[in-house]
Ligand binder design. Structure first.
Ligand code: NAD
Length: 389
């Protein structure tokens, strides 16, 4: 099978879907790589590096689409609505297209992929099972986001993170509060601890307490019912719950120099957990990094991709955070892709490429086939919107 790597076209996207180091192991499994010239340049992977690892570099995107059996992307059409559409005319019938596709928020674009006749796969809806973890782009990219959020906060805060005892006096460590201790939140805790801050965290899922403590953070207890939903995710709560949560968080937020919010419920708008009143209660110079900004934001004052200064507090609402650390984000994404492709080989001795084999990961992520949308959740969404046409 020939795997084609194309340059990302989403504005500001600097990642690449496959890095040179993963090409030799892919070759061993029967996958040859072709690469659009310049595809990895923004992430630090030059054409020569791909060639050195056995890839053929082709001058245009069209060449890659023409020759590849499988196209791998960081953002395929659904996750790149403004620019991804121009790839539709380059796609071949039965070509396999793998990448983030935001199928549950862009179902109409999935229907367009179906019309292009391709087998498209949306990596965000991979099952959250132990076996799928090595292919889980949400996990790997959340790791990048949690790390980066702490660095941004440290850079903006007019204070040190660690405690210092110097001849010029003793400096108390910064206090950081993390709201939502999923993958990004846990990485934020670990990073803030490494920088020497005093870290506390809260999550609605009870299982998280132990994880927070194992990273050296303090779990903030709140008298709220727990809210574990399906697949280890949080479930959506009613407005009364969020109101009580905000009341309990008011004092905690005021006591901290930095608040990093990552709270999300899959398929829903992120809950507002930090109100303007809470921002007012923070000391001047405090920083909020709202990693839920793209999903509506956890802070009432967040503006996506803007730096908001309000009541002496700086509020950052960055989007597409993994693209700001493109080298390692690409390396992790590429490993997810490598594992995803490897999983498409049969599990017997033959190791044939076979999409039709019985496999829950292939089944869950497969969006379009034979001109139709085949994913049940996307089909339901399309039906609600008035059909596929
Ligand atoms: P996410 O991005 O959907 O949400 C981030 C966090 O916000 C979650 O921990 C959630 O519980 C929390 N949250 C939601 N509402 C909140 C509220 N009102 N207040 C405080 N916190 C709130 O989640 P995620 O980081 O992608 O992962 C969530 C879970 O899935 C974790 O348990 C993680 O370990 C698990 N997971 C499993 C796999 C796997 O097994 N393959 C892969 C990735 C993640």
């Amino acid at each position: 099978m020939i795997v084609g790597v194309v340059k990302e076209t989403f504005p500001g996207e600097r990642r690449v879907a496959l890095v040179p180091d993963h090409l030799p192991p892919l070759k061993k499994k029967g996958f040859e790589a072709i690469v659009e010239s310049g595809a990895g340049a923004d992430a630090g992977f030059l054409d020569a590096a791909y060639e050195a690892k056995g890839a053929k570099v082709l001058p245009t995107r069209k060449d890659v689409f023409e020759q590849a059996d499988i196209i791998v992307q960081v953002r395929s059409y659904g996750a790149n609505p403004e620019h991804g559409g121009s790839d539709l005319e380059l796609m071949k019938k039965d070509q396999i297209v793998i990448g983030a596709a935001e199928p549950l928020s862009s179902p109409a674009l999935v229907a367009e992929l179906a019309k292009a006749g391709v087998h498209s796969f949306g990596l965000e809806i991979i099952p959250r099972t132990t076996r799928a973890q090595a292919m889980d782009i949400l996990s790997s990219m959340a790791t990048v986001a949690g790390y980066k959020a702490v660095l941004w906060a440290a850079e903006r805060l007019p204070k040190f993170f660690p405690m210092f005892m110097t001849a010029a006096g003793t400096v108390a460590p910064a206090k950081i509060f993390i709201v939502g201790a999923g993958v990004a939140g846990l990485q934020a805790i670990a990073t803030a601890k490494r920088l020497g801050a005093v870290v506390s965290a809260y999550d609605v899922r009870p299982a998280v307490k132990e994880e927070v403590e194992s990273l050296g953070g303090k779990f903030v207890e709140m008298e709220l019912e727990t809210a574990e939903g399906e697949g280890g995710y949080a479930k959506e709560m009613d407005e009364d719950f969020y109101r009580r949560q905000r009341e309990m968080m008011l004092k905690v937020v005021a006591e901290n120099d930095v608040v990093i919010t990552t709270a999300a419920v899959p398929g829903k708008k992120a809950p507002i957990l930090v109100t303007e009143e809470m921002v007012k209660g923070m000391a001047p110079g405090s920083v909020i990094v709202d990693l839920a900004a793209e999903r509506g934001g956890n802070c009432e004052l967040t503006k996506v991709d803007e730096v908001v200064e309000a009541h002496g507090v700086t509020i950052l609402g960055p989007s597409n955070v993994p693209a700001t650390l493109p080298y390692h984000a690409s390396q992790m994404y590429s490993k997810n892709i490598f594992n995803f492709l490897s999983n498409m080989l049969t599990k017997d001795k033959e190791k044939r490429f076979d999409l039709e084999q019985e496999d829950d990961i292939i089944e869950a992520t497969w969006l379009t086939k034979g001109g139709e949308v085949i994913n049940e959740s996307v089909k339901e969404l399309l039906a609600k919107q008035g059909g596929q046409d």
